[in-house]
Design a protein around this ligand. Structure first.
Ligand SMILES: [Zn+2]
Length: 383
């Protein structure tokens, strides 16, 4: 990155949208003016176990304990949830919000089960720790009344209507996707509680489903500027779930977004052309994170091409190309390949795409794009 503003905090009247991603993992950090910060999902820094947004805030001289006001978990997949309980424990002034799919009572059963099954990397164990923090803060309040706050489509999560106005709207999860998720969670609990124990050492990933259909998509209105944050919501064949129900909604806020966080790591399964035509402006500023795990690599070359057909202003936090070490010796390479099943999972460098501009009520200006660490233009995603 050229320039010297990297270590500086935004001005009080400056908006910031930062997207973090090391290759596997995604986290968003928003500054909505007046030292009001929001974190959405979480991933860990490459070299420490500190959540990326916390580390960054400290580096620019912002106190996360005082300044983070909302901590939102859009869904509970591993790549969006790691470290979120640490963020919430640090953010003493914050409310915790998550998808209403987690309201289902049997999700608590899943959380309890995860403790006994020792699924150390599942979203359930992060939620279990979030619940502990909520209980500590709740004091003598009854467990059922202490939160989290459950998000569903149509809600306004927060707003400031005076100086430096903003509104945060939830566009998902839809009613139909919640009903489907409830059935799925219920079946999952039954499946686990009746399962014969597997071989020792088997890691059970109990909260991998329901998939991304219940993820929270946000519409941010800042003055007359709009931002669409797509989380991992995928398009479905069912018109009452996925992206179609959002595009067709008569109650969603009007206008077209000038910044679009592309859903689900740019995968074709999340692509809905009507979102680009009806909800996003011409040549929007587009940001996304890759997803590299085992044999799964997103976005693919064709998925990158598809996004670039809509806009030349697209950025990704890290390379989406599988990293292969160049072995000096063929015999060594053979041995290593036999030992390491997942050759793609080598440590990667955290990338951050930072967008800043003055609140539109102060001055009308373009977004300033800063690329930090492994972040790059989307054209270079496979380099
Ligand atoms: Zn994801």
């Amino acid at each position: 990155m050229v320039g010297s503003s990297i270590g500086t905090r935004p001005d009080q009247d400056e908006i910031e949208i930062s997207l973090f991603g090391p290759g596997y993992g995604e986290s968003l950090l928003l500054h909505l003016g007046l030292d009001y910060w929001i974190t959405i999902d979480s991933c860990l820094s490459s070299d420490t176990d500190e959540p990326a947004p916390i580390r960054y805030l400290k580096s620019i001289g912002v106190d996360p304990a005082q300044s983070i006001r909302l901590v939102l978990a859009t869904h509970w997949h591993d790549d969006h949830i790691r470290g979120i309980s640490d963020i919430f424990a640090t953010a003493k002034n914050a409310k915790f919000l998550c998808s209403a799919a987690l309201r289902y009572p049997e999700f608590s059963d899943l959380v309890e089960l995860s403790k006994t099954l020792m699924t150390d990397e599942s979203g359930a164990s992060e939620f279990s720790r979030v619940m502990n923090v909520l209980e500590e803060r709740g004091g003598r309040t009854r467990r059922a009344s202490i939160g989290p706050e459950f998000v569903l489509a149509g809600q306004v999560l927060d707003r400031r209507d005076t100086q430096l106005d903003y509104e945060i709207h939830a566009l998902s999860p839809s009613n139909a996707s919640l009903t489907l998720a409830f059935h799925e969670i219920s079946n999952r609990v039954k499946e686990i509680t009746t399962r014969v124990p597997g071989p020792r050492g088997t890691k059970k990933r109990i909260v991998a489903q329901p998939p991304n259909d219940v993820a929270v998509v946000l519409w941010l209105k800042i003055g007359d500027t709009a931002v669409l944050l797509g989380s991992d919501l995928e398009e479905t064949a069912n018109p009452f779930t996925g992206w179609t129900v959002i595009v067709d909604s008569s109650v969603r806020p009007s206008g077209k977004a000038e910044v679009f966080k592309v859903p689900h790591h740019g995968s074709s399964t999340s692509h809905q052309p009507r979102v680009w035509e009806e909800m996003v402006g011409v040549h929007p500023l587009v940001v996304l994170t890759p997803f590299l795990r085992g044999q799964v690599l997103k976005p693919s070359f064709s998925e990158v091409t598809q996004i670039l057909s809509y806009t030349p202003n697209a950025y990704i936090t890290a390379s989406a190309k599988p990293k292969r070490t160049k072995w000096a010796d063929r015999a060594v390479e053979k041995t290593i390949k036999e030992t390491i099943i997942n050759i793609h999972e080598v440590p990667r460098v955290m990338g951050q795409i930072r967008l800043r501009k003055k609140h539109p009520s102060v001055r009308n200006e373009e977004w300033m794009v800063e690329l930090i660490g492994s972040a790059r233009r989307l054209e270079l995603a496979h380099t």
